[in-house]
Design a protein around this ligand. Structure first.
Ligand code: NAP
Length: 261
């Protein structure tokens, strides 16, 4: 099985490091032309240089802040007027950590804008052209919190579940057009986000960073954090022709961490 994405255009969110970057690298190595999104233009340019161009594909980027929805909407709408998206990776930075009594209604609104509104807006834009081309892949990066809420991540628990059920609803109506929509339930991957969450947890528990990371890792049956590349492989498979019959699913990638079915 060889994945060939030559001629496909992919828009990948939050892609200058971590999971987003791993996805962009892998899609590009299979031939897709990538448009990256993040805030820091220098990091975007550096990531652009790391992307494979052996299929003569042209990569680009959009400077966006997912927290500034009006600006995000304007920039992505302008982009979609001139460019098709064949593969849409709805990935943003993670929402703030915190428990149910630490967050107020404005925090929920902010998390809704970050995780739900960006996904909904971009997907509806992209689907128009995907329908015309009878091909589309929409892949949402979510979290294991969809299945098993974590007490210190109430914003993630809530908004990721909203994205997952919305994606499921969408999948049923766009399947006839050759468009698939899937949501990934991410376990614990070795990225900056996990380092930040480790710091918060270690402070709360009053233990060292190393100690907390060890406790975190002990919970994972595979005995280690996931590698971003492993995440990129899954997304690239879902983006390919080989995954044309997989839609409306929540797919876990977690080294066995999720305990429920
Ligand atoms: N890593 C895990 O174990 C894990 C587990 C479950 C869920 N997830 C979710 O997966 C997603 C990706 O996580 P990750 O671990 O890859 O994160 P990460 O390593 O922290 O990377 C974050 C990326 O988002 C960009 N970014 C940050 N704030 C932004 C903003 N306001 N607007 C636009 N771009 C922004 C960053 O670039 P700039 O700073 O240049 O903008 C960077 O490219 C997150 O939603 C996270 O919650 C991750």
């Amino acid at each position: 099985m060889k994945i060939n994405l030559e001629g496909k255009k992919a828009l990948v969110g939050a892609s200058t490091q971590g999971l987003g970057k791993a996805i962009a690298l892998q899609l590009a190595s299979c031939g897709a032309a990538i448009t990256l999104m993040a805030r820091n233009e220098e990091k975007l340019k550096a990531t652009l240089r790391d992307l494979d161009t052996s299929f003569n594909q042209k990569h680009g980027y959009i400077v966006v802040d997912f927290y500034d929805f009006n600006d995000f909407e304007a920039k992505t709408s302008a982009y979609c007027k001139h460019k098709n998206i064949d593969i849409l990776i709805n990935n943003t930075n993670g929402p703030e950590a915190g428990g149910v009594f630490e967050k107020n209604i404005d925090d929920y609104q902010k998390a809704f804008d970050l995780l739900f509104k960006t996904t909904c807006h971009l997907t509806l834009l992209a689907v128009e052209n995907m329908k015309k081309n009878s091909y589309g892949r929409i892949i949402n990066t979510a979290s294991l919190t969809v299945k098993e809420p974590l007490s210190n991540l109430v914003l993630s628990n809530t908004m990721r579940a909203a994205v997952a059920i919305w994606a499921k609803t969408l999948a049923t109506v766009i399947a006839p057009f050759g468009i698939t929509v899937n949501t990934i339930l991410t376990g614990l991957f070795d990225t900056e986000r996990i380092q930040q969450l480790n710091k918060i947890q270690a402070n709360t528990k009053g233990v060292s960073l190393e100690e907390n990371l060890k406790l975190m890792t002990q919970e994972i049956p595979a005995g280690r954090l996931g590698k971003p590349d492993e995440f990129g492989y899954l997304v690239t498979f879902l983006a390919s022709n080989y995954a044309s019959y997989i839609t409306g699913t929540n797919i876990s990638i977690d080294g066995g961490l999720i305990k429920s079915l």
